[in-house]
Design a protein around this ligand. Structure first.
Ligand code: HEM
Length: 205
């Protein structure tokens, strides 16, 4: 077996999977409330009223755990000049023509873009969700604001869902990545191939 490099601690992984589970539950319960075609999903949450009661609480849990994760990963997701070059050469990245690409640190520009998309869309979901949260907060806001908030909430949710579909697809597509979040380790060959600057940093080679 090739040498393994530690990429995530157990705490980081637990944090990530709590967010992922909350995201799936918030997404399914949210879709159930979004359109009658998805109403059958309320069966997963104990019926219509329970779906309606639970959805905002799951959302708040997702927000809190995501913020804890965002703080942990913040520094590693700052953009660098090399990221611009990587973005420009995205075609080469997608076609596996890795020669001559700038060396990637712990995260590539695509991962960073997704990270910041989440950092923006999750607070937008929280704020717009609180505004329409009956019966606790919604009565404090004018009806015009509620109408805007409900559209913003749905839009931010769609952006999130699309973003996470890309995130999961990329994690599966780049062989050897999922184990980073399940076991916490990646092979040295994976690190060298996809995140060479990080590989150098970790191994001193
Ligand atoms: C639902 C299924 C999901 C799967 C299979 C999955 C898988 C993964 C994997 C394998 C990594 C490690 C990538 C690497 O180290 O290069 C990762 C990182 C990460 N994941 Fe997920 N994930 C999922 C859901 C989510 C959700 C719902 C969120 C946030 C709302 C999220 C946020 C992140 C973040 C912030 C990172 C660190 C990378 C970065 O900062 O860009 N993930 N995920």
């Amino acid at each position: 077996m090739s040498t393994m490099i530690q990429r995530y601690t157990a705490r980081e992984r637990s944090n990530h999977w709590v967010v992922a589970i909350a995201f799936i539950l918030a997404g399914l319960s949210g879709l159930a409330l979004f359109h009658p075609a998805f109403f059958f999903l309320t069966n997963l949450f104990g019926g219509g009223p329970w779906t309606r009661i639970l959805h905002p609480f799951i959302g708040v849990a997702m927000f809190l755990f995501f913020m804890a994760m965002a703080v942990r990963f913040w520094g590693r997701n700052r953009f660098t000049p090399a990221d611009r070059e990587w973005r420009k050469r995205i075609k080469d990245v997608l076609c596996n023509r890795d020669q001559g690409l700038p060396e990637v640190g712990k995260y590539n520009a695509g991962q960073k873009i997704l990270f910041w998309l989440m950092v923006v869309s999750i607070p937008v979901l929280l704020v717009s969700g609180v505004v329409v949260w009956q019966p606790w907060f919604a009565p404090f806001f004018p009806i015009g604001l509620l109408r805007v908030a409900v559209v913003v909430h749905a839009l931010a949710a769609w952006i999130m869902i699309l973003g996470i579909v890309v995130h999961v697809y990329a994690a599966i597509w780049v062989k050897g990545t999922v184990r980073a979040m399940t076991r916490g380790t990646v092979s040295a060959a994976w690190a060298k191939q996809h995140h060479r600057a990080w590989y150098r940093e970790m191994t001193g080679k």
